[in-house]
Design a protein around this ligand. Structure first.
Ligand code: ADP
Ligand code: ZN
Length: 652
């Protein structure tokens, strides 16, 4: 009898068992777990012998499935050690709920054809391709493919994919979930003649099962997916591409908290294969790594075929205009009018769903709040309701004010995209307008209809949220209006400025992607703000160097390390107490700064009270071992949940 330890996809860790045969790590087995038999994975073939052998149970049987690859095991161990999430919780992400099942007629993933269709590259593109091809010979290394939207980054990395398809091996392309739409897939198909395997949260059980099996057996050569695709059991991974690497949606914010771009680099290292990060607006972290020479920096300097970047105009909203309150300034209105007369398309951008972010009583000033969160309810006119954007709670607009008893007294405050649409329709009654937000996305058919109409120039003015920032290419779109550029700039979020810059730069980049010259109008109350200036002058260098300077000064990432504790629970007293205990037990060291506990910026969310503690250390500090030691000293009271977020991206 052999002793071995088995890991189950639960947060409980490994358990030792006995087996008649020696089984390699990665073998799928069924073993007694609680009162039933559960599927687990042989994790450690030589566990320590501390647990008395006579008390060990035998495994029940072996699942008839190829073992989990060694690289996947290494990756799970690594991610768990880094994020401090339980091993089994990370293992769970690599498995598929349909494990072991096979479809009667599984989906066949065809081999991409590297020479299916080819294009002629510009000199700059060819140089980028050559550098990337050279780097792809070197085993693990990281390249930043850096070029403005439309410079041809996708076409360039497709060439590196083609090379892998030729020589054999698997490729993983990670995209932010919202870019993972038809546009990318049809481009892939146009280039390689087949559909790639796709991995995201909305697959059917059959798609999930067939895709997982195809990756696990190695028959799928290309997987394009959202962050979770990183955990698939690749057999022969030869290249990873992370497109839009700066996108903050790569950070998973529930379950295991991990940064998929960072973990993709680890995954590539384990596979000893190259990784390409592509972006028009690289993250500060990535950019710094190119400066120190840790990453290759491959630059595509211009838009393909000489299409130029838009001219940018600031509309200073401090200069009060006479007449009724408008969200579209005279300046923007004039440009829209001209653009309409010229027969071109326009885009108005505001990153806020709904009609108005707040409603209040005209009589007594009462504001309508969510009953589960400390947040205002957002007015949605199309859905005819008020909605909490944090928990999804909805209710009708009350007829009378609960505080002062007046009726029909609630007024809308501030704009959401629906309100911008209404104003646009009022200003340009003959223009063909449409709205697109993530609310539209719930109906994929409608979403695609609007995009097609926009492509066919059956829409003159399109209004939308960040869902419009990427991917789409509208040849006649020449004017972009940013309704509120200041919106994302404030708040206690270290990346607020960075995110605003990236998002607005991308939205502005939608203008003039075809043959015609584009214009972007930025409405702002803070025209002298560094980020607004950098946008106006299309001066990325200004933004990058200022942002790096201030992060260096404050020892913020990537010049220092951060971790956050989020403490939550139903009873405020207990939550606060737990937060205080954690801070009391903080290791006394000059290496670390402990900030807090403080009530979180959203102190009440989904019926729970929340406190936060932020931990800051030098870059060299081993944050994980410090946190592990620390947490050993702490007894968390019942009814309180403590989450540790390494490298936090959200601070609410
Ligand atoms: P990015 O990924 O940098 O935004 P894309 O790869 O999407 O840029 O290229 C922008 C547009 O230009 C796409 O429609 C693409 O097909 C086209 N394009 C890029 N390079 C070429 C080329 N060498 N020949 C023909 N079309 C190209
Ligand atoms: Zn709520």
């Amino acid at each position: 009898m052999q002793r071995l330890s088995v890991l189950f996809p639960t947060p409980l860790g490994c358990f030792d068992y006995l087996s008649a045969d020696s089984l390699p790590a990665g073998t799928f087995v069924h073993a007694p777990f609680g009162h039933k038999s559960a599927l687990g994975v042989v994790w450690n073939t030589q566990p320590d012998e501390s647990f008395p052998i006579e008390k060990l149970k035998k495994i029940n049987d072996i699942e008839n499935l190829k073992p989990l690859p060694e690289e996947t095991i290494k990756f799970v161990n690594w991610v768990s050690a880094y994020t401090l999430a339980p091993l089994g919780a990370v293992l769970k992400m690599t498995l598929c709920s349909e494990l072991g099942k096979e479809s009667k007629k599984p989906i066949q993933f065809e081999q991409p054809n590297p020479t299916f269709s080819r294009i002629l590259f510009s000199t700059a593109q060819q140089e980028a391709i050559d550098s990337l091809l050279e780097a792809s010979e070197d085993g693990f290394n990281v390249s930043l493919l850096d070029g403005v939207t439309g410079s041809g980054k996708t076409e360039v990395y497709f060439e590196i994919l083609a090379k892998i398809f030729q020589s054999g091996g698997q490729v993983l392309v990670l995209l932010p979930e919202i870019t993972l739409t038809g546009a990318w897939l049809s481009r892939f198909e146009k280039r390689f003649g087949v559909q790639p395997a796709v991995w995201h949260s909305n697959l059917t059980p059959k798609q999930r099962r067939d895709t997982w099996n195809a990756v696990h057996t190695g028959s799928a050569q290309i997987v394009v997916g959202a962050r979770s695709a990183l955990f698939l059991p690749f057999q022969n991974l030869k290249l990873i591409v992370v497109d839009e690497e700066h996108d903050s949606s790569f950070k998973q914010e529930d379950g295991v908290l991990y940064q998929a771009r960072d973990m993709a680099i680890v995954r590539a290292k384990i596979a000893d294969c190259p990784i390409i990060l592509a972006s028009a607006t690289p993250s500060i972290e990535t950019y710094c790594n190119t400066l120190t020479g840790k990453y290759n920096h491959i630059i595509l300097p211009e838009r393909f075929a000489g299409a130029t970047l838009p001219t940018t105009v600031l509309a200073d909203m401090r200069q009060k205009e006479k007449g009724p309150i408008r969200f579209i300034s005279k300046q923007l209105e004039t440009h829209l009018k001209q653009n309409l007369e010229d027969g071109n398309q326009s885009l108005l951008f505001l990153n806020r769903r709904g009609y108005a972010p707040l409603m209040l009583c005209r009589g007594c000033g009462k504001r309508l709040k969510c009953k589960h969160c400390s947040a205002w309810l957002v007015e949605h006119k199309t859905k005819k309701c008020l909605m909490c954007h944090h928990c999804g709670y909805t209710k009708a607009v009350p007829k009378t004010c609960a505080k002062c008893g007046q009726s029909d007294c609630f007024v809308s405050c501030g704009p959401g995209v629906e309100r911008i649409l209404e104003e646009t329709n009022m200003l340009f009654p003959t223009a063909r307008t449409a709205l697109i937000t993530s609310d539209t996305l719930t109906n994929l058919k409608e979403f695609n209809t609007v995009l097609t109409k926009m492509e066919n120039h059956e829409i003159d003015i399109l209004i939308g949220t960040q869902i419009l920032a990427k991917g789409h290419h509208f040849a006649d779109l020449t004017l972009v209006g940013i309704i509120d550029a200041d919106m994302g700039l404030s708040g206690g979020d270290l990346r607020a400025g960075e995110r605003t810059f990236q998002l607005l730069q991308q939205v502005m980049g939608r203008a003039g992607r075809g043959q015609k010259k584009g214009t972007a109008i930025i409405q702002t109350f803070a025209p002298e703000n560094m980020i607004i200036q950098a946008l106006k002058n299309n001066d990325r260098q200004l933004f990058l160097s200022e942002e790096m300077k201030s992060r260096q000064l404050l020892k913020l990432p990537p010049f220092g390390r951060l971790a956050a504790f989020i403490i939550s629970g139903k009873q405020q007293i207990r939550v606060e107490q737990a937060a205080r205990i954690i801070v009391q037990k903080a290791p006394f060291s000059t290496q670390i700064d402990v900030l807090g506990p403080v009530p979180a910026p959203i102190p009440y969310l989904r019926n729970k009270h929340r406190y936060r503690i932020l931990v800051k250390t030098a870059k060299e500090t081993n944050l994980q071992s410090l946190l592990k030691q620390w947490m050993k000293q702490v007894n968390i009271p019942t009814g309180v949940d403590v989450r540790l977020d390494i490298d936090p991206y959200s601070f609410f």
